[in-house]
Design a protein around this ligand. Structure first.
Ligand code: QAP
Ligand code: CO
Length: 171
C-alpha cells in the first residue's frame, strides 16, 4: 500500500479525460487500495484516479463517518433520476483549502463495475449523489471550480499557484 501524490489545480493533467478500464486486474485492485489509503489519509470522502495522474475511469468514495462504507466505481455511468437540484458546499483534494456551494442533481442512479469486476447499480441521494457527480466530473477533466465565477476561480488559482511556489522553494 502507498500514499499517492495528488495533483492540484491548476495542473493541466487534471483536464485529461480518463479511458475505460479494459479489465479489472490485480494491478487495478492494487491501485484502488492505494487510492483508498490516499483518500483516508487526507482525509477525504472521494478520490478519482485522475487526481493521482492515472487516467483510467476509477473512483473511490466513502461518505460514512467511520471509514466503514468504501465504494468502488469502475467505468461508471450516471443517470439523472429526477431533475431536482440541491446546493451543497464542496471541496476537493485537488483544490485544498477552498470550498464553494455547487448545485448538483439530488437523486441519481449509477451503473459501474465493482472491485470484483462485476457490474452493479446504485441509487444515490444527498451527499453520496453529490460526491458521485463530483468524482465522475474528474474522469471528464472537470473540477468543481469550473462551476463558479471566473473571478472566484482566478482568485483560487492565484492563491494555489503562490502556495505551489512556496512548496517548491521549501522542498
Ligand atoms: C468531493 O472531496 C466532495 O480542501 C470529495 O484541505 C466534497 O474529499 C463531494 C479535502 C464535498 C461533496 C462534498 C478538501 C481535504 C477533501 C480540502 C474531498 C482539504 C482537505 C475533499
Ligand atoms: Co475532487
Amino acid at each position: 500500500m502507498a500514499i499517492l501524490d495528488i495533483l492540484e489545480f491548476p495542473d493541466p493533467r487534471l483536464r485529461t479525460k480518463a479511458k475505460p478500464v479494459a479489465e479489472v486486474t490485480d494491478k487495478i485492485r492494487n491501485l484502488i487500495d492505494d487510492m483508498f489509503e490516499t483518500m483516508y489519509d487526507a482525509p477525504g470522502i472521494g478520490l478519482a484516479a485522475s487526481q493521482v495522474n492515472i487516467h483510467q475511469q476509477i473512483v473511490v468514495i466513502d461518505v460514512s463517518e467511520d471509514k466503514s462504507e468504501p465504494l468502488v466505481f469502475i467505468n461508471p455511468k450516471v443517470t439523472v433520476l429526477d431533475g431536482e437540484l440541491e446546493a451543497m458546499q464542496e471541496g476537493c483534494l485537488s483544490v485544498p483549502g477552498f470550498y464553494e456551494d455547487i448545485e448538483r442533481i439530488e437523486h441519481c442512479k449509477i451503473e459501474a463495475l465493482g472491485k470484483d469486476g462485476k457490474p452493479f447499480v446504485l441509487e444515490a441521494r444527498g451527499l453520496l449523489a453529490v460526491c458521485i457527480q463530483h468524482e465522475l466530473d474528474h474522469l471528464d477533466g472537470k473540477l468543481f471550480v469550473d462551476y463558479i465565477s471566473s473571478t472566484k476561480r482566478d482568485r483560487i488559482r492565484k492563491k494555489l499557484e503562490k502556495q505551489h511556489r512556496l512548496d517548491a522553494k521549501h522542498a
